[in-house]
Structures are given as C-alpha cells and as structure tokens.
Write a protein that binds this ligand. Sequence first.
Ligand code: PBG
Length: 328
Amino acid sequence: MRGSGMLALHTRPRRLRTLSRLRDLVRETRLQRDDLVQPLFVCPGTGVRAEIAALPGQYRLSIDMAVEECRALADLGVPGVILFGIPARKDAVGSEAYAPDGIIARALQALSAARTGLLLIADVCLCEYTDHGHCGVLEAGSVANDPTVELLARAAVVYAQAGAHIVAPSDMMDGRVRAVREALDAAGRTDVAIMSYAAKYASAFYGPFREAAGSAPQFGDRRGYQMDPGNAREALREIRLDIAEGADIVMVKPALAYLDVLREARAAFDVPLAAYNVSGEYAMVRAAAAQGWIDGPRIRDEILLSIKRAGADIIITYFAKEMAAVLR
Ligand code: PBG
C-alpha cells in the first residue's frame, strides 16, 4: 500500500459528501416550516409590543398586536402559535386562567375573528395567574392535585369555546388529561385536541419564561409536581398514562437536555410527539451569539435539526418565526 497512496477501500462514505447536491439528496432529516410552533405572550392593553429582556426578539404583545404578529407568522408559513397569558391581576386560585373574559379567552376570540389561518394552541396552566406562582391551588402550603385539575378542565373548556383548536395542559397534575377530555366532550367540543406536556421536567431552563410571564414560584420550587431530571423510564410512564387518558399529542420538555427521552418516546409510542425548545435554550444561544462567541443562526439550525432527528414531529420554539423566514 505504501507508495501507491491508495487504500483498498470499497466503502468510502466521503463519496456522498463531495457535492452539495449530493449531500442534499442523501440527507435523512430536514426541518420544515410545518414542524414549527411559535410561543406568544399576550398581555393587557393596546399597542403593546414590549421586548422581553431575557428573550431578545420575543415580546409581550397586547391582543391587537398579537393579531398582527399572527398575520406575519401566517405569511411566513408558520403553522401555529401557542399562547401564554399575562393577566392584569393574579390571585390565589388563578381566576383569570378560566374567566370567560380572561386575557387568553379574549385573545383567542380576537385571533379567531381575524381568520389568520393559524392553528391556535392554548397553554393550560395556573402558574401565570396565581399570585404565589405555583401551577395549581395550594392546600397546607403545597399544590393540591384534584382541586387544581377541576380548574384546569374549566380553563380548557373556556379556551375551546373561545376558539382554541388545541389545548395544552402544562401543569403536571395527575389525571388532568382525562378531566380535560371529559370536560371538553361534555361541552360538545369533541373536535378540540389535547397536546399534553406529558414528560415535563423540573428544569432551570424555564428561567427566562418565568421572567416573561412573571410566574416564578414565590416560595419553593416545582419539584413536587414536575419530573426529576434523572428519570427517563418515568417519562415513558407519564406519556403512556396521558395517551390512555386521551392525549392526542404528547410532549417532552425541555428538548435539548432530554433528547434521549424524545428518542425513546418516539420508539415506544405512535402518537405525534412534540418537543419544547424552551426559553433557557433560546436565551443561551442568543446571549452567546450577541457576544460573538458562536454563530447564532448555524447553532439554531443545528439545535432544531437535532430535536427533529431525535424524533419530534412538532417543535415549539422561540426561533419559529426567524426559522420560517429562512426555510424554503
Ligand atoms: C407553564 C409553563 C412553563 C413553560 C411552559 N408552560 C413554565 C414553568 O413550568 O415554569 C416554560 C416554557 C419555556 O421555558 O419556554 N407551566
């Protein structure tokens, strides 16, 4: 061999990497605009478009501005939005989450009337609406499961009647998917789908979201209801339970530090799988890119592709709008 300069190799994987056309031809995973969902924060007022410090490029939007934003997203080909509410008033039981004239109910009515064509997904949780910042009502200092589930089911019905196509419970109470399904059906809304945050971990990656929504717990943390980051088998169990209770789409959240969980969920279940590329994942990329330490757009593309490659059918990401603008 020495001297001829040629190895006797039949298989040379590099052959398929020589031309960009060839690389395109054999690429296994492609990100598409149809994969993406953009989170939006809706706040009281009119004409409000206030940038969120820890989420550069993301805004708190009043309902009128959210309608405008949804028109822009529809023009870019983003298929859907998931809505989070910032209420005018918070209280111990999160009343504005399920008030028929609460911020999200009114936003859904306005967005439905605007006929943007976007899929409207409503996050269902109490944490943005409670003054203590926990995802449910408190009894003796901890979140009471069953009374919370009742309120979540009420919120889901309000959002469905206001125009949500999908409701997305993100609270991690036990039995909430069944309660939401039963409540929707009893209200005649068998057509409204449930995307459950089935495997949602107690994660520091939600930090910027809590700043955006003012929903940081005022005492303690969420480890009493969200999952322990060490557990992957338990994630499969949570997902199995939610599917049995009636979830149409299941989610793993966060995405990046839990790609193994996504991969296993993809292999184990046949329902559509969503991944939430959460606020902290977005903020880290934006911060490092702003410093000039990384190439932001390339890192963004690689991260979103990794989430799809791991098995996600749907990617909820703060990058959705800018990604849609660059995807063909
Ligand atoms: C509400 C909810 C949270 C997120 C989505 N829904 C916050 C939390 O659980 O503390 C986080 C989303 C993100 O970080 O981008 N429970």
